[in-house]
Design a protein around this ligand. Sequence first.
Ligand code: HEM
Ligand SMILES: *[C@@H]1O[C@H](CO)[C@@H](O)[C@H](O)[C@H]1NC(C)=O
Ligand SMILES: *[C@@H]1O[C@H](CO)[C@@H](O)[C@H](O)[C@H]1NC(C)=O
Ligand SMILES: *[C@@H]1O[C@H](CO)[C@@H](O)[C@H](O)[C@H]1NC(C)=O
Ligand SMILES: *[C@@H]1O[C@H](CO)[C@@H](O)[C@H](O)[C@H]1NC(C)=O
Ligand SMILES: *[C@@H]1O[C@H](CO)[C@@H](O)[C@H](O)[C@H]1NC(C)=O
Length: 353
Amino acid sequence: MNSFGLTLTALCCVVVVLGGLPFSSDAQLDPSFYRDTCPKVHSIIREVIRNVSKTDPRMLASLVRLHFHDCFVLGCDASVLLNKTDTIVSEQEAFPNINSLRGLDVVNQIKTAVEKACPNTVSCADILALSAQISSILADGPNWKVPLGRRDGLTANQSLANQNLPAPFNSLDQLKSAFAAQGLSTTDLVALSGAHTFGRARCTFITDRLYNFSSTGKPDPTLNTTYLQELRKICPNGGPPNNLANFDPTTPDKFDKNYYSNLQGKKGLLQSDQELFSTSGADTISIVNKFSADKNAFFDSFEAAMIKMGNIGVLTGKKGEIRKHCNFVNSKSVELGLVNVASTDSSGMVSSI
Ligand code: HEM
Ligand SMILES: *[C@@H]1O[C@H](CO)[C@@H](O)[C@H](O)[C@H]1NC(C)=O
Ligand SMILES: *[C@@H]1O[C@H](CO)[C@@H](O)[C@H](O)[C@H]1NC(C)=O
Ligand SMILES: *[C@@H]1O[C@H](CO)[C@@H](O)[C@H](O)[C@H]1NC(C)=O
Ligand SMILES: *[C@@H]1O[C@H](CO)[C@@H](O)[C@H](O)[C@H]1NC(C)=O
Ligand SMILES: *[C@@H]1O[C@H](CO)[C@@H](O)[C@H](O)[C@H]1NC(C)=O
């Protein structure tokens, strides 16, 4: 090997070591990742969300859901935030997301505030993970230390979003498979479904349960008849598909364990919710009963499952980039004039243009 080759080899190894094993396939996230580079990131994000949630309490639920819809498609890489362009087929237009995702504007507001304090440092994927945890606490829900250091992906995949995200009419077996495909267990499924303790769903997802379940011409027999009458008022037959029903009729904006007692009372809003308790012989029934009786058991399992979900397919080290604008990859942001070349990430993705 000539000396040029030796120098290159040496340089390469120094970069690998200094970069904290950027090419390791098992790269680790770290809750203190921004301790030196953006120590205030948590409080900056919290202030924006706290402010927004004063006038829009539902936003806390919407932000938790956004992290889930990110992680199940190409991993937690902020692919869900990429807008439609000539090269991106946006996940925002996939069936589970279209007319349904909320909070994209809030994430942009957060990103602007974070960029002002620490330019080119905090990924959009980490903003989604932190926003989920902050939203949970602001709704009096579980708290966990969010592992950080995710980088933002360069692609999105709409058909993968259609394939990977579970549907409200899936059977329990299909729900288990969708979670298993992401490395999540049955306990994780039951715990994470507990996020349906707050937020809303559109009538379009429940009208068949209320009027014509599985083409029987009758309502879903597993639905509490008192609750059925309440839901029929909110969602009249043939009425507006976008009317909203609370997931939890008693504390609609609070993150508590009511989800599980609702299931025990046959008051799960979606078919996929009620199946966890009403599928005969299912191993999920005892987990529902445990979480319904023991708030700490639920919160502990939810925290562990959120950390597990937040680790799915993460990009670390030199992979991906730190997006300057969450809706576009950096090369596109430059092209659109949203940012200038000099101000973008040092990963080389943009400066090479
Ligand atoms: C188990 C499979 C799941 C299915 C089938 C499912 C399905 C749905 C559906 C259909 C909606 C209503 C959307 C709309 O009306 O536009 C919804 C809302 C919601 N989902 Fe799920 N979901 C699942 C799991 C999860 C998980 C794992 C989380 C988070 C950890 C989550 C968090 C939420 C939240 C917080 C809302 C309310 C959002 C808002 O009000 O803006 N869901 N889900
Ligand atoms: C809080 O919200 C108000 C309007 O709702 C806005 O004018 C103000 O700038 C926001 N403050 C922060 C810190 O986001
Ligand atoms: C990205 O798309 C969303 C709709 O999905 C839109 O509300 C938002 O304004 C777009 N962002 C930009 C920067 O154009
Ligand atoms: C998206 O994912 C599907 C698998 O559902 C795969 O067949 C397809 O090649 C992917 N498309 C892109 C553009 O990566
Ligand atoms: C229920 O749905 C089936 C199939 O969509 C339809 O044929 C039937 O007429 C419906 N029944 C009622 C009572 O609406
Ligand atoms: C239906 O709900 C009512 C009140 O919300 C409750 O008292 C009743 O026990 C529930 N029925 C069943 C079968 O769980």
